[in-house]
Design a protein around this ligand. Structure first.
Ligand code: DAH
Length: 346
């Protein structure tokens, strides 16, 4: 057998049984290193003694042996490297490092308006009120006319309105639900209507064009202002977790008669006077009143048989008070750092 054929067989057998990277590396040294078999074979060949024809033959055989050896070893090295990497990956997968920090899962939170709304719904449901929702896109009729606010009435100017191209409006208050509910359920009736309202307003720290109200309506026989006060006090007591002092001042709203502004003694200073209540000791909180007979009539309820009270709380305002939120624009800011601050007590 020619010497290069012998070396070729030997190298092939060696690579066939070598698995690890260092084994293949040793083979490379054994064949291609300075004293490697192929290197020596080239050196020991006395080219000068050969005929020109033999010289060409030996030369080309040696060259191709060398090239083949280099390629085979290179390939074996690559395969050994890949095997080693796979083994390392497998090992690190299998190992559990209990000292690593855990993966933190972010828990969602509820918006402060949702929190206050859910709390109020609970309280009112406990007093036998239905929770109803109406329509954010309303007709002029339910938002104004049926609430005893005719087209030329100056009270319409109190609520700057977004008008849609089709003649409908974005409701300016949740009072728009009153006559809808009376029509649908008749009397007696106890219902609250939480929801989003819209007004064409310039925004600042206490004005938003999009805000939340919670309307309430109770219609039954012999309902008086005393019932209204009792329900409002019970409600505020639960919201602020203590006995709350209230007072009524006259207020004008076309859909109630008499109408009131219900003030709460400032919960921050107990009536002494502070920046929240602007030193007055009182906070204007809930506009309310006895349902106007005309509104009952619009709702097809007989005002000689039934009376009722209604109120319209600013949910947004209540959330500001309860959580001490200084700027109304934070509510619609979409800023998670704001939303995440409020405790979920379900
Ligand atoms: N809808 C009125 C507003 O948004 C608030 C209001 C006042 C509601 C008196 C009532 C009420 O139910 O009786 O300004």
């Amino acid at each position: 057998m020619e010497p290069w054929q012998e070396i070729r067989n030997e190298l092939q057998a060696a690579l066939g049984s070598a698995k690890r990277l260092d084994e293949v590396e040793q083979i490379r040294v054994r064949f291609l290193g300075r004293k490697g078999k192929i290197t020596l074979l080239a050196k020991e060949t006395g080219f000068s003694r050969l005929t020109p024809e033999d010289r060409r033959h030996w030369g080309s055989q040696l060259n191709s042996l060398k090239r083949w050896a280099e390629e085979s070893i290179e390939q074996a090295l690559a395969e050994a490297r890949a095997r080693e990497a796979a083994r390392a990956a497998e090992a690190s997968r299998a190992r559990l490092d209990v000292t690593l920090p855990g993966i933190e899962r972010r828990v969602g939170s509820l918006h402060p308006i949702s929190l206050v709304q859910m709390e109020l719904e609970d309280i009112f449901q406990g007093m036998g009120f239905m929770v109803l929702t109406g329509y954010e896109v309303e007709t002029e009729y339910y938002n104004f006319d049926a609430l005893n606010i005719p087209p030329d009435h100056p009270a319409r100017d109190m609520q700057d309105t977004f008008w849609l191209d089709n003649g409908m409006i974005l409701r300016t208050h949740t009072s728009a639900n009153q006559v809808r509910a009376l029509e649908e359920f008749g009397a007696p009736l106890r219902a609250i209507f939480p929801g989003r309202c819209f007004r064409y307003e310039a925004m600042d720290a206490s004005h938003e064009n999009t805000f939340y109200q919670l309307e309430g309506l109770l219609v039954d026989r012999d309902i008086s202002v005393a019932n209204l006060i009792a329900v409002m006090k019970a409600l505020l007591g639960e919201v602020f977790h203590r006995e709350v002092k209230v007072r009524l001042r006259p207020g004008f709203f076309p859909f109630v008669e008499p109408g009131f502004e219900l003030d709460q003694q400032c919960p921050f200073c107990d009536g002494v006077g502070c920046s929240v209540c602007k030193q007055s000791g009182w906070i204007e909180l809930i506009p309310c009143g006895l349902v106007h007979p005309k509104v009952l009539e619009y709702g097809r309820v007989d005002p000689t048989q039934f009376t009722g009270f209604a109120f319209g709380m600013g949910l947004t305002r209540l959330a500001m008070l309860k959580f001490g939120i200084p700027d109304i624009r934070l509510f619609n800011s979409g800023d998670l750092r704001f939303c995440e601050q409020f405790p979920v007590v379900l």
